[in-house]
Design a protein around this ligand. Structure first.
Ligand code: SF4
Length: 63
């Protein structure tokens, strides 16, 4: 299964947490929650990827 990665450059805008609150947690920068169910949240993650203003969220393998 694909993994979600966050590349350096997050500006902590909070958009990913807004779109997929069960997956992303924004503190100083955005992080993937340890217990995140990636498969279940696939569509929300896609929205977060599209909504990230600096395009740092990626599916691994999509780089
Ligand atoms: S949407 Fe992008 S810039 Fe905004 S908090 Fe998430 S990873 Fe960081």
């Amino acid at each position: 299964m694909k993994k979600v990665i966050i590349k350096p450059g997050c500006i902590s805008c909070g958009a990913c947490e807004f779109y997929a609150p069960d997956v992303f947690e924004v503190t100083d920068v955005s992080r993937i929650k340890k217990d995140a169910d990636i498969k279940k949240n696939k569509e929300k993650i896609d929205k977060a990827i599209q909504g990230c203003p600096v395009c740092v969220i990626k599916w691994s393998g999509d780089e």
